[in-house]
Design a protein around this ligand. Sequence first.
Ligand code: CP
Length: 321
Amino acid sequence: MPNSAGSVMSVNSLTVESVSEILALATLLEGEDPLKRATRLAKRRIALLFYESSTRTRTSFELAAKGLGADTTLVSSLSSSIEKGETLKDTGLTLRALGAEAIILRHPSSGSPWLLEQETRLPVLNAGDGMHEHPSQALLDLRTILAHLRPGVETVTAETLAGVTVTIVGDILHSRVARSNMLLLPKLGARVILCGPPQLLPAVAVEAGPGIEIERDLATAMKQSQVVMMLRIQAERLAGLQLDLEEYKTSYQLNEARLAEHAPTALVMHPGPIIRGLELTGEVADGPQSVILEQVHHGVAIRMALVERALTLGNATGGRQ
Ligand code: CP
């Protein structure tokens, strides 16, 4: 079953050229007159289907779609017939029958976007599937990195991030954000260092793709990095893993002293939600090197581009019935 042309379910399906087009479209839409922009998808219907909680992704996709003039509807697992046992397939088919032309899906099961696309034949935007991927987050992270390290770059290539090292720290095992970033950033030439304890970073992680290394020592990793991307410990996915949080903080928490000593000019990123005092301190989160809220800001432009693209490229497999 081919992907719908407008779907974005994995970073793997994005070529460097398509990444460049998405970035350019984000910039175009962000700069466009809001009234003109709102005519692009006027009265088109987009469903947000969220089986897990979300603040940033849900809100920014909704603002993005509305900014393009689309009508949106939110279906969440706690206030819909999903609670009564309705399957993903039946919920998707119901949304399509109600006129949805694309579905933005967050779901705890890896691979669920592919099932939804197969059953509905609609473009699906993956807003996070289990521990698998979060492609729109990686794209907004990329836009944030480019804004700081490659300002003014309009077109990205396989060399755009040559010489840039990004260290991703913490709960790599459970992180769809880490996976999408470690697949995306090396496509543009970045080196990615994964850093964390073996319980949260199995050695096999280097096999996820090219350009990925493991460094267990945070100071060693930070010294080599222009970007330090911190991750939340995903308590909801630890499922019996023995992890001493005090030990974790001793070795991996990003605090002001560590940052000043090992990476005084690096960008500090975090996809959110942040847990102050665990993976990073409040001082670092609010400090001058933090671009955490900039990441959130870039999410709207990137998601406008993804929504516009989803409805413009449509689907390759039949579409709305
Ligand atoms: N980064 C991210 O996905 O945040 P939310 O869970 O709030 O959407």
